[in-house]
Design a protein around this ligand. Structure first.
Ligand SMILES: C[S@@+](CC[C@H](N)C(=O)[O-])C[C@H]1O[C@@H](n2cnc3c(N)ncnc32)[C@H](O)[C@@H]1O
Length: 215
């Protein structure tokens, strides 16, 4: 499915924080062509107008930010305007190569790598973020490895922001040909503490959760 449609098919996952039903319909309505939706102006606008203000405004990202699971890079486009240097880690080689080409010359380094085993130095980053990515990680153990890796590569005092949709039958159906392993946010405080985080703040609404945690 990669290369034809968005390999993750979950643009509808993030359909509301404070969004209107009209915004919801706009995003979900374009989901037939997944890649086009993942890279669409509508998704970019939804990120810019709803998700980022809700999840990131007021968060100190510092000057050396890590993003994991950048996909086609609409989150990356927004993040790079907020920091001096951004590193985007993407598992899919085609998506990573495409993003690296598109952002050549920008303040972004794109790495084709697995966030469960980051080829990056300990204490390097001022902060790290993940948007609409964790439910694509197939096991709880691998999700926990990602948390541990984020705790390792972010310097003490740095913030990690994790955002994803809540699990639902509809989204499970939507991911019928893809990995779908949504996180139960009630498990996160303990899991993040085990990974080495402190000051974990978890917000949940009807559709999504977002976490601010400090290393
Ligand atoms: C649904 S996309 C989200 C893209 C972007 N963050 C957004 O919100 O528009 C999830 C991305 O996470 C990537 N991903 C999944 N598991 C990963 C891992 N272990 N390491 C790095 N990237 C991963 C997928 O390849 C995919 O591109």
């Amino acid at each position: 499915m990669a290369g034809v449609g968005c390999p993750f098919g979950d643009i509808g996952c993030q359909r509301t924080y404070s969004t209107t039903s009209a915004q919801f319909r706009t995003v979900v309505g374009m989901n037939d062509d997944h890649l086009n939706v993942c890279a669409s102006a509508e998704w970019g606008a939804f990120l810019a107008e709803t998700i980022f203000p809700t999840v990131l405004d007021g968060v100190e990202l510092g000057d050396d930010l890590l993003e994991i699971g950048s996909g086609p890079g609409l989150t990356t486009d927004l993040l790079k305007t907020r920091v001096a240097q951004l590193t985007a880690v993407e598992l899919d080689p085609t998506l990573a190569a495409s993003l690296a080409t598109r952002l050549d010359g920008a303040n972004v380094e794109v790495l084709n790598a697995d966030a469960t085993d980051l080829p990056l130095p300990t204490d390097r980053f001022s902060a790290a973020v993940s948007f609409t990515m964790l439910h694509h990680v197939p096991t709880v153990e691998r999700q926990d490895r990602i948390f541990s890796e984020l705790a390792r590569v972010v310097a003490p005092g740095g913030t990690v922001v994790l955002n994803d949709s809540l699990g639902s039958d509809a989204l499970r159906d939507f991911h019928h040909d893809d990995v779908y392993n949504p996180i139960d946010p009630s498990t996160l405080e303990a899991r993040l503490a085990l990974a080495g985080f402190a000051d974990t703040n978890i917000t949940v609404n009807e559709f999504a959760f977002w976490v601010h945690a400090r290393v």
